[in-house]
Design a protein around this ligand. Structure first.
Ligand code: PLP
Length: 366
């Protein structure tokens, strides 16, 4: 795909949220059941919530110390220098920074399809070429095919691990081998937004579990998923000092707000937040499999807080059926147009999901 590719990319905002049907947030009477954006339906922890409430009192002040305080806490836990960490207004902002720092005319973004497309939009904005590479039949990144797309101009490879929307993993050893072979003119961004939901997967290891000493590597994480702070907008990246300098050059001043940074710090310092959230998610996932199995549904094995279910009919039909019943599920993900992506919700949300699923008219024989 070349420059014209920008027009061919689905617009993330309009495709996911046509009209304003999502403006009614969950909670009020008649509000929809939201299973469309891989959020944490249980909300922030009590500690994070308390920090959000308390920070209201300083919302009149610019975030002068909050940025550094959170960076130091993140760096200490990952065993890196604070100068290696960049905070973003959600990890989306870190993806944007990487696109702006390391792409531009003559450079190429290599990414999987389907994946989280946000960076492809930002890459197109820089004038970079887009090279979309289908996943393997096991829904891993096809690293050999990605390597074959590496052009002489250099650029950035985006790896989403676990991958959104398929919820699947690309093994660490394959990624290591790929990094060895990739031309030196390419950076690699490992998006680990769903890292904490991975269970029992020996082939997977985060790129933050060992020192980040490869100047071509950028690892991103977010407070939007396991920590339940999607609306507070905090994400971060870790890279070498030199690469972080490149990221920071594209940072917007004060993009990280007082409330979000303080809530994220409280969540980060809560030793229970991750193990509790991961265990609850694993239990919710098991229940989903059980319900799917009782209906003989095919589900791709998930390492995240969402699952891809085969529908046996066009995904759009199923999405519309759910929307008509006030349940929002993920948008279509070409080329997997007979799958729907379901974000896990609370047990009440999921009861509603299965109730509405059971109202689906029988699929027409193909
Ligand atoms: C793979 C992936 N990366 C990054 C993000 C961006 O999340 P945020 O900007 O809230 O950190 C998302 C959001 O759903 C995602 O699925």
């Amino acid at each position: 795909m070349g420059l014209g590719a920008a027009a061919a990319l689905p617009s993330v905002a309009s495709a996911a949220w046509p009209g304003n049907w999502r403006t009614l947030q969950a909670g009020g009477a008649g509000s929809p059941t939201l299973l469309d954006s891989n959020e944490n339906a249980y909300g922030p922890s009590p500690e994070a919530y308390a920090a959000l409430e308390a920070s209201g009192a300083v919302a009149n002040r610019y975030p002068k110390h909050e940025y550094e305080n959170l960076v130091e806490a993140i760096a200490a836990k990952h065993g890196v220098k604070p100068e290696q960490v960049t905070l973003g207004c959600g990890s989306s902002e870190n993806l944007r920074m990487a696109a702006e720092a390391f792409l531009g005319p003559g450079k190429t973004l290599i990414y999987a399809t389907p994946t989280f497309e946000f960076i492809a939009h930002r890459a197109a904005d820089t004038g970079a070429q887009l090279a979309a590479v289908p996943l393997t039949k096991d829904y891993a990144h096809d690293l050999d095919a990605m390597l074959a797309r590496a052009s002489s101009g250099g650029g950035l490879v985006y790896i989403c691990n676990p991958n959104n929307p398929t919820a699947t993993l690309t093994p660490r050893k394959d990624l290591e081998a790929f990094l060895q072979k990739l031309p030196a003119s390419y950076y690699v961004l490992m998006d680990e937004a769903y890292h904490h939901f991975v269970t029992d997967a020996p082939a997977y290891t985060s790129f933050l579990d060992r020192p980040v000493d490869n100047p071509r590597l950028i690892v991103t994480r977010t407070f939007s998923k396991i920590y339940g702070l999607a609306g507070a907008r905090i994400g971060y990246s870790v890279a070498t000092l030199e690469t972080t300098r490149g990221m920071n050059a594209e940072k917007m001043q004060f993009a990280v707000n007082v409330l979000g940074a303080r809530a994220a710090l409280a969540a980060w310092n809560d030793a229970e937040a991750v193990p509790k959230g991961a265990a609850r998610n694993a239990a919710d996932r098991r229940e989903f499999y059980k319900q799917a199995k009782s209906r003989s549904l095919e589900v791709i094995e998930s390492q995240t807080n969402f699952l891809m279910v085969r529908t046996g009919r066009p995904a759009q039909e199923v999405i519309e059926h759910f929307r008509a019943n006030n349940v929002m599920i993920g948008r279509p993900f070409p080329p997997m147009l007979d799958y729907v992506r379901i974000s896990l919700g609370t047990p009440t949300d999921m009861q509603e999901f299965w109730r509405v699923w059971d109202l689906l008219p029988a699929a027409k024989p193909s």
